[in-house]
Design a binder for this molecule. Structure first.
Ligand code: D41
Length: 781
């Protein structure tokens, strides 16, 4: 056999194998771009040696074997394929052919090229009767049951539909749907899909349509097949608009353009939008808009002369993993970074990709020397998607996690993951490895300082990564506090600093002392506390002392703060080192909130508190009941000494009594609960029932019952009620012999009459205001 023949054989075998994996197994082992290249290579070779073309060559057919279990569908009108343009020149050549063919300039319909699966949908008398894959263009598979589960596909048409209508379009999976599905698969241990396209294909080719139904599939129409009983609009764009009136989805990105310059602008603008779209596209499809012009141009083999797919750079490519390096992040996490043979992907040359953590390496089964698929979508960090195992070299090496930090040499520990139950924390092994060196590890220190000085935190201009690096390496800064005591000489001594730049940096550092509390808090770099969370925590807690004092149970009352975040906040301030930094910064004049700020959160209800203790058998309902029965935590603890007493007091709920009894039998739990209570009292966010008890007799209106009626002049009735209650009064809705005072405003009616008949004291508006003023209520002026 000749060399050429050998080469042809090998290419064909490779392509057939990939075809099988792609179409039959839905598990491609190479990216589309690589497949396309193989096919083009084969095409070129065959064109140069036409005598060596065989009927079985992959170039001699489109598509591949249908999975046998689906029925076959013959397309009444063939589903054409699309030619590709990879470069502006190739597109230009296409456009020139078109305009030459027509003898004039054309108008264009521009569409995103969805990266999904082409399907045909047949509607008879407005009812969806059949769905089919494109297959090889003349025969596809019957996937009616599956397309019926796609919610974007109407089962019945609306509006003025024709007797028969075949719609063609693309079934795809949104990026958000894909992420959510993979996230779930990760939790349940199910198979992960490499990308939305494979996920859509895998879902649509499910023999069990109940599985398809669970997948977040979508659909956009792009064309027509058979149509009977309708006068169609004369343009592609018009036809798509018409399909919309029938209830069929069409992408919003479809647009008409009247010149080639505009088409080029469309292509560029769509590319710029690519990452913001919630669906993957691999190019734009540019079509001659007027159907009469399309007919005039006709077809070559099975592709129209009037349309082309103008592709974008592939987002997935093949390359070789040459090595793995380990980086240390702000929280000490050791991140493996793939060192790649440089490859052009997603529009840029990539030589690094993240491998996330040890679990990810295990999941991928990747070794050094492997050929891997890299994906880079937009600004996202390039990812290693999968390994092409059949290309593994014999000398491939396992990836070893270092036992010591590559920066500071401290030992590396596997992170412990904490599940935050209400009072307990359950620990298990996590996926990340961390350097145990904390701020003594210069890598972690540098990251912490860079974050501290960054724009959204202290915003110290001129203190970026390069300068931080120099300061740390020179031993001038070992904690954020040191930034504020840097001398002029010290900065001047650094390489690259002159008088002017030194003064500028010092001025920026000085200015940063006025940073609002929320941003200082954010700058501390508490895990899981982003900019927005920091804002909320600062606003609700008022100052850093309140935050430190706040029990977890209170922190979780802040909007957006869950147990996890609350735990990180608590843990951060418990750490003596961190508190020392806070204290140091505070003495440098940084803003840690108003010294006597009050917590701006509603007091916890007693029931809420009991519920948050996470006692077995005590849910929100039982907590409500217990809160209603017991006036105070002390009383509850006291009664809980005897399970029977508790059971009686709760009116016979066994599970709750048992739970409360065993919980409070433990001294640690009693102390914990009392400690929370003590802290809530100190922060003045203690539940009200307890406060009433504590203050009984001490308040001016304790034990008195008020009723308010009529219209008051200065305060609303609700405000008056709040003031009276704050002074210890009970405010009731109706007058009885137990009423002590009726406050009667304008237009007081039957209540006033009743009070007078019962001999109840009546205050008018003025009397109420005078009393409130006397009690020091300020807004009663
Ligand atoms: O979004 C797409 N993937 C898309 C595919 C589109 N917007 N338009 C298309 N138009 C055609 C013609 C011009 C042949 C009616 C297509 C395809 N074809 C197509 N999809 C798969 C093979 C061909």
């Amino acid at each position: 056999m000749s060399d050429i023949q050998n080469q042809l054989e090998q290419l064909r075998r490779q392509i057939d194998e990939h075809n099988y994996r792609y179409y039959v197994e839905d598990a491609p082992s190479i990216p589309d771009a690589e497949y396309d290249r193989l096919l083009r290579e084969l095409q070129a070779l065959e064109e140069a040696h036409p005598d060596l073309v065989t009927p079985e060559s992959p170039t001699q057919r489109v598509g591949a074997r249908p999975a046998s279990a689906f029925g076959e569908v013959a397309h009444e009108v063939p589903m054409l394929s699309l030619g590709n343009a990879m470069t502006p020149d190739e597109f230009q050549a296409f456009a020139e052919r078109v305009e030459k063919g027509l003898g004039r300039a054309a108008a264009w319909c521009c569409e995103p090229k969805l990266d999904g699966l082409a399907v045909s949908l047949l509607y008879e008398n407005g009812v969806l009767v059949r769905g089919a894959t494109r297959g090889d263009g003349s025969t596809g598979e019957d996937i009616t049951q599956n397309v019926r589960t796609v919610r974007a596909i109407p089962l019945k048409l609306r509006g003025d539909f024709p007797a028969r209508l075949e719609v063609r379009g693309e079934v795809f999976m949104s990026k958000s749907g894909f992420e959510a599905m993979n996230q779930k698969a990760l939790e349940t241990g199910d198979k992960l899909f490499a990308n939305p396209r494979n996920a859509a294909a895998g879902s649509l080719r499910q023999l069990d349509s109940r599985i398809t139904a669970k997948r977040p599939l979508a659909f956009y129409a792009y064309g027509l097949g058979v149509v009977e009983g309708a006068a169609l609009p004369a343009s592609q764009f018009g036809r798509l608009q018409w399909l919309k009136t029938l209830g069929l989805p069409v992408s919003q990105e479809v647009q008409q353009r009247t010149s080639l310059a505009e088409v080029e602008a469309y292509h560029a603008q769509l590319l710029a939008k690519r990452n913001d779209l919630d669906f993957d596209i691999d190019g734009a499809v540019i079509k001659v808009d007027a159907v009469a012009d399309q007919d005039e141009l006709g077809f070559v083999s099975r592709a129209p002369r009037w349309a082309i797919a103008w592709k974008y750079p592939a987002q997935e490519e093949l390359t070789v993993l040459e090595d793995v390096e380990f980086q240390v992040g702000r929280t000490g996490a050791i991140t493996p970074v793939a060192k790649l043979k440089p490859v052009f992907v997603g529009g840029v040359t990539v030589s690094n990709a993240t491998l996330h953590n040890a679990d990810e390496i295990a999941r991928l089964g990747v070794k050094i020397g492997d050929t891997v698929i890299i994906r880079r979508a937009g600004d996202v960090i390039p990812q290693v998607v999968s390994v092409v195992e059949e290309r593994r070299p014999l000398d491939a090496r396992d990836i070893q996690f270092p036992a010591r930090c590559p920066v500071c040499g401290a030992h590396v520990e596997r992170e412990t993951l904490k599940t935050h139950l209400k009072t307990r924390v359950i620990e298990r092994e996590g996926t990340a490895y961390r350097c145990s060196g904390r701020l003594t590890c210069s890598a972690q220190l540098k990251q912490a300082l860079i974050h501290f000085a960054s724009r959204k935190a202290l915003d110290i201009e001129g203190l970026g990564d390069v300068v931080v690096e120099k300061l740390v390496d020179a031993g001038l800064v070992a904690s954020p506090v040191d930034i504020f005591t840097l001398s002029r000489e010290a900065i001047l001594g650094l390489e690259g600093f002159a008088e002017l730049s030194t003064d500028k940096l010092r001025a920026a550092i000085l200015r940063s002392k006025a940073t609002p509390f929320a941003r200082v808090l954010y700058g501390l770099g508490i895990p899981e506390v982003g900019e927005e969370t920091a804002k909320l925590v600062a606003a609700k807690m008022g100052n850093v002392d309140n935050i430190r004092l706040a029990p977890l149970e209170l922190l979780t009352s802040i909007p957006d703060v869950g147990r996890e975040v609350a735990f990180h906040i608590s843990e951060f301030f418990v750490e003596a080192n961190n508190w020392r930094v806070v204290d140091g910064l505070r003495s440098q004049g940084l803003n840690f909130g108003e010294p006597d700020a009050k917590v701006a959160l509603a007091p916890l209800s007693f029931a809420d508190f009991i519920n948050k203790l996470d006692i077995v058998g005590v849910g929100p309902g039982a907590a409500e009941k217990a809160a209603a029965r017991f006036e105070s935590l002390e009383q509850l603890i006291k009664t809980a000494e005897d399970e029977q007493d508790l059971f009686n007091a709760l009116g016979g709920t066994k599970a709750a009594a048992k739970g409360l009894f065993s919980f409070f039998a433990d001294a640690a739990n009693r102390d914990h609960a009392l400690e929370i209570e003590r802290r809530l009292l100190a922060l003045e966010v203690h539940w009200t029932s307890e406060r009433e008890l504590v203050e009984e007799g001490g308040l001016p209106l304790s034990g008195q019952t008020f009723v308010i009626t009529g219209t008051l002049s200065v305060l609303s009735r609700d405000e008056a009620k709040a003031h009276l209650e704050a002074l210890g009064a009970k405010v009731a809705g109706s007058v009885s012999k137990n009423t002590d005072v009726l406050v009667a405003g304008e237009k007081a009616g039957s209540k006033l009459a009743k009070a007078e008949s019962l001999g109840v004291a009546v205050w008018d508006d003025n009397a109420l205001m005078a009393f409130l003023r006397e009690q020091g209520v300020t807004d009663a002026q």
